[in-house]
Write a protein that binds this ligand. Structure first.
Ligand SMILES: Nc1ncnc2c1ncn2[C@@H]1O[C@H](COP(=O)(O)OP(=O)(O)O)[C@@H](O)[C@H]1O
Ligand SMILES: [Mg+2]
Length: 325
């Protein structure tokens, strides 16, 4: 029977040749479709975790499984097939210099033997999804940091991976571009792709309220749902209301894309919606969030005023009773 977890680590230990134990008896599982932040100080073991999942590194003991395949047992010749399931995103983008935006994405398809007609059709679609359709013929050194990372994402998703691994994807970006990149990853996740993002970006982690795996000195010290970067245990009321907020937001975003996209049957194999205007989507989502905040504030004020009135009324009743008594 096939395991339902896309990732399973069980008592995994990774010690490098220099004696450093980068992962120390780590166990956790990930179900398909989850969005997970991996956080922790520099040197905590985040990148090592990513490298174990791509079989760039092998564990010393324990078990690492991806999509039901035991990576400790996987023959080297099958590693390229494992990697087809994964889309990688790096802090330093790792684009191919001297190639255009189109050629960078096309290359990821060429190396797995995709037919040229298919590449010609699919690359512009994926570039539309990340808002780079009009920059298709530019060279990588002509792109801004945010654009370069959006190209990194296009390349990562072009072969429809079931898992996205992003190692500090916003590390070289300003907060606005960082937010845009995370919003894109969230869209991709909402269409069903599992996303694991290692990050130092405290604000993004807090704002997005996803499952957080925290590492310290190679040990998994926290595994929390809908968590913030550093809160050990958030108040349960806050979790419930944040969850409702996320659900409302997801529905709204879906509506937005529903109007803006219209994916034809021919392109149904592309699972993420076509983001014709990524910036507009992000701005709209900011506006919606601000509106909801304002509504909540007004409602809170109204409740406080009401409670105040009730209290005043009961006070005057007490006076009345005092007199009567
Ligand atoms: N190839 C390597 N050889 C030896 N030690 C390494 C290697 N890669 C990482 N380390 C060590 O393993 C620990 C975890 O590193 P890393 O996984 O890169 O952490 P993070 O990504 O959280 O900063 C660190 O102490 C680092 O110095
Ligand atoms: Mg790292």
């Amino acid at each position: 029977m096939k395991n339902k977890n896309i990732i399973e680590l069980s008592d995994a230990v990774k010690t490098y040749k220099n004696g450093v134990t980068a992962l120390d008896h780590v166990s956790f599982t990930v179900e398909p479709g989850e969005f997970i932040f991996v956080v922790g100080e520099s040197g905590a073991g985040k990148s090592t975790l990513i490298k174990l999942l791509t079989r760039e590194e092998k564990i010393n003991s324990g078990k690492v499984a991806l999509d039901g395949y035991d990576l400790t047992q996987l023959p080297r010749r099958l590693v390229p097939f494992l990697r087809r399931k994964i889309g990688m995103i790096f802090q330093d983008f790792r684009l191919i210099e001297g190639k255009t935006v189109f050629e960078n994405v096309a290359f990821a398809m060429e190396i797995i033997g995709t037919k040229p007609e298919m590449i010609k059709r699919r690359v512009p679609l994926v570039l539309s999804q990340v808002g780079l359709r009009t920059k298709m013929n530019m060279y990588t050194d002509e792109l801004s940091g945010g654009e370069a990372q959006r190209l990194g994402i296009a390349r990562a998703i072009v072969n429809n991976p079931s898992l996205i691994l992003a190692d500090e994807p916003t590390g070289n970006l300003d907060p606005v571009n960082g937010e845009a990149i995370m919003a894109l990853l969230e869209c991709i996740n909402q269409e069903g792709t599992t996303v694991i993002a290692c990050t130092h970006d405290k604000n993004l982690v807090d704002r997005m309220s996803k499952r957080v795996l925290e590492f310290s000195n190679g040990k998994l010290i926290r595994d929390a749902c809908h968590a913030t970067y550093s809160n050990k245990s958030a108040c349960s009321d806050a979790l419930v209301s944040r969850q409702a907020e996320i659900e409302a937001e997801t529905a709204e975003n879906y509506d937005y894309f529903g109007q803006a996209t219209g994916i034809s049957e021919e392109n149904e194999h592309i699972r993420i919606p076509k983001a014709i205007d990524v910036e507009k989507f992000i701005l709209d989502s900011h506006k919606r969030r601000a509106n909801r905040r304002e509504e909540r504030r007004t409602e809170q004020k109204r409740q406080i005023i009401e409670q105040g009135e009730v209290r005043q009324e009961s006070h005057s009743n007490e006076h009345y009773e005092d007199f009567s008594g």
